[in-house]
Design a protein around this ligand. Structure first.
Ligand SMILES: *Cc1c(COP(=O)(O)O)cnc(C)c1O
Length: 368
């Protein structure tokens, strides 16, 4: 059989299957007690008051914008290097998307770039924890207070990460998480919002369930964003494994650091001191943009799957057509994207396979 090392792989087995079997046998498979249990467990794990489980991460962001009454008159600031969902939700509300550039060292945006984009119409700032590394929350919280503009965290990738010793999920007004198959824990498709704000929590529960307050009494324009008990059952089992998953990924990351430390041509990720624990959703290295695609193809031929990260929002066809963006409008984002490669990282990736990945990259650089 030909060798194949995937870029990500869910840490899932008979334990999830058995739990799902029990849920199915119980006769209740749509949103019910299991969703509540999963929400409670996540709250305890993160150290946050309220959680709202949903059908995917994109829904959580969309529901947050609904809860915050975002309209066509509002401007929302979003980093230009992020997953498409963070920008798309702004389009669903027909609000004005205001993109801002990122710091090439962290792949995250920072307050300096955001500040430049704030106007009287700025109603909300969405900040992404790229690759699973928290942004500098304290600096953003200060900014939020100073300008009285709420910030929500697109923390889809940073579940389990620690910022200054505290789990990601309670730093901003709300944090959005995804449990897609390649995230640190998965429910197949799934998402969750965490917040300490009671009124926001109450609104979100109504929005998640078709805007219903009491049966068939629809008080706001909601949607069907419900998580199923089947998803939640998988999530509960996954959550029990999260510390193990994080430890295993940390070991993989440390090993990459050790092996790439002195390799010419490979730039390792930079981790600021405020990050006490990276979630290692991705392990992204930077290489010369001129050889990036060649390296990706070289590794592919060896059975090593990699990813080129998300292309910038301002280079996506829909956005180019709508806003006439040029590639150089957000130069750090474009330049960073051109250099990035996500290497395989997942709980259970063997040292042997990791050595093969590293030696293949070394061979590539010796030849090129
Ligand atoms: C995964 C992800 C999402 C949400 O994804 P879904 O597939 O809708 O669960 C949002 N933002 C970022 C940055 C992501 O990585």
């Amino acid at each position: 059989m030909k060798k194949f090392i995937p870029v990500a792989s869910p840490f899932i087995n008979h334990l999830e299957a058995k739990a799902v079997y029990r849920t199915i046998k119980s006769g209740w498979i749509s949103m019910g007690r299991k969703v509540e249990e999963f929400e409670d467990r996540v709250c305890k794990y993160v150290g946050c008051k309220y959680a709202i489980g949903m059908n995917n991460g994109t829904s959580t962001l969309d529901a947050l914008l609904t809860a915050m009454n975002i309209t066509e008159q509002d401007e929302i600031i979003v980093p230009s290097l992020t997953y498409i969902a963070s920008a798309n939700v702004v389009q669903y509300k027909k609000a004005k998307l205001v993109l801002c550039d990122i710091d090439p060292a962290t792949f995250n945006t920072n307050v300096e770039y955001i500040k430049k984009k704030i106007t009287k119409k700025t109603k909300l700032i969405i900040v992404t924890d790229m690759k699973g590394m928290p942004v500098d929350y304290d600096s953003f919280t200060k900014l939020s207070k100073m300008y009285r503009i709420p910030i929500i965290g697109d923390s889809a990738e940073s579940f389990g990460a620690l910022y200054k010793g505290k789990k990601v999920g309670s730093q901003f007004l709300a944090h959005s998480f995804s449990f897609f198959a390649n995230k640190n824990i998965t429910t197949g498709e799934g998402g969750m919002i965490l917040t300490n704000n009671l009124s926001l929590y109450k609104k979100l529960k109504i929005i998640r369930n078709q805007g219903q307050q009491g049966r068939y009494n629809h008080v706001v324009l909601g949607n069907n964003y419900r998580m199923t008990d089947i998803q939640a059952t998988i999530g509960i089992e996954q959550l029990k494994k999260l510390n193990k998953i994080l430890k295993s990924k940390e070991r993989v990351a440390k090993n990459y650091f050790k092996k790439f430390h002195k390799m010419e041509g490979v730039l390792l990720p930079f981790i600021p001191t405020y990050v006490s624990q990276h979630s290692w959703y991705n392990f992204a290295i930077k290489v010369n943009s001129k050889i990036r695609n060649k390296l990706v193809n070289y590794l592919k031929k060896k059975g090593i799957e990699t990813r080129m990260s998300f292309p910038c929002i301002h280079t996506q066809a829909y956005y180019v057509k709508k806003f006439k963006y040029k590639k150089n409008d957000f130069p750090n984002s474009s330049k960073t994207f051109d250099q990035l490669i996500d290497l395989p990282i997942w709980a259970g990736l063997s040292l042997k396979n990791q050595s093969f990945i590293v030696s293949s990259i070394k061979k590539f650089f010796n030849k090129n």
